[in-house]
Design a protein. Structure first.
Length: 267
């Protein structure tokens, strides 16, 4: 903290202790500075976890490590660009005829004997190697993060292979959703205890993040209808298509459409 603007700052170390009944602030020598009870019955410190264990490793840990490598590689590449990009003037001089003063600019001339002066440039191989390595590291991050934009759409990738990739992505999103859902529950449990109110909170995240194409689903439904599917299946499929097509309607409108679809059973 800084008491006066023209004096050096002062560093103060404090320790904060929290358990299921109280908070404590202690000095560097562990003397209690402040203390008060909260009586929550739980320790109000929560970990956002995406695994089965409370302190399971973050899925972003590997990405963070590779990002650090990219950062270091880019810094080293900048050093190469600053130190080796510009050409160096070479001047041919004999042992007995060296210029005492050498100036090269727009209003000066350079005298030379025998071979004319020239410029040499360092090889760009070092920079090329760094740039290639950075691209490879970025590609690894795309694979680890399951970036949909990086999913291959080459002809040799079968539909089953692409489906597997998207299923993997959907599974990861499902894991994130469950972790956030559980985190919200324990967080709001603590809030209700703090307020002394009865716990009245519900939280439900989506469990499926599949990307369905409306046109493809209509074609599939039309093809299956030719097989003589029962009317109950047709109505269920129509409701599914309604959910894909009308994303912004409220529940009342949706239920009205569902009711009209159900009347088709009487036809």
């Amino acid at each position: 903290e800084i008491k006066e603007p023209f004096k050096a700052s002062k560093s103060i170390k404090e320790y904060h202790y929290i358990d299921s009944t109280k908070f404590e602030k202690r000095s560097e020598s562990f003397e209690i500075i402040e203390s008060y009870e909260h009586n929550l019955g739980i320790t109000p410190v929560f970990a956002l976890s995406f695994g089965s264990d409370l302190l399971a490793g973050s899925i972003c840990y590997d990405i963070a490590r590779i990002s650090r490598r990219i950062y270091n590689a880019r810094s080293e590449l900048d050093e190469i660009l600053r130190g080796q990009t510009f050409s160096i003037l070479t001047y041919n001089a004999t042992q007995n005829a060296r210029p005492d003063e050498l100036k090269v600019s727009t209003d000066n001339c350079l005298l030379y004997y025998d071979k004319p002066p020239a410029f040499i440039s360092p090889s760009g191989d070092s920079a090329t190697i760094y740039m290639s390595q950075i691209e490879k590291l970025e590609g690894i991050i795309e694979q680890i993060s399951l970036d949909p934009a990086s999913f291959s759409t080459r002809a040799n990738d079968s539909g089953a292979a692409l489906k597997f990739k998207f299923e993997n992505l959907n599974s990861q999103l499902n894991t994130f959703a469950r972790g956030l859902e559980n985190f919200e529950r324990v967080l709001f449990e603590c809030v209700f205890r703090w307020l002394g109110a009865q716990y009245d909170f519900s939280c439900a995240y989506a469990k499926d993040y599949q990307i369905d194409d409306l046109s493809s689903q209509i074609e599939i439904a039309s093809a299956l209808k030719e097989l003589g599917m029962p009317i109950s299946w047709e109505n269920a499929k129509k409701k599914e298509l309604v959910n894909l097509d009308l994303l912004n309607i409220d529940d009342e409108q949706k239920n009205e459409i569902y009711s009209e679809i159900d009347t088709l059973k009487n036809i």
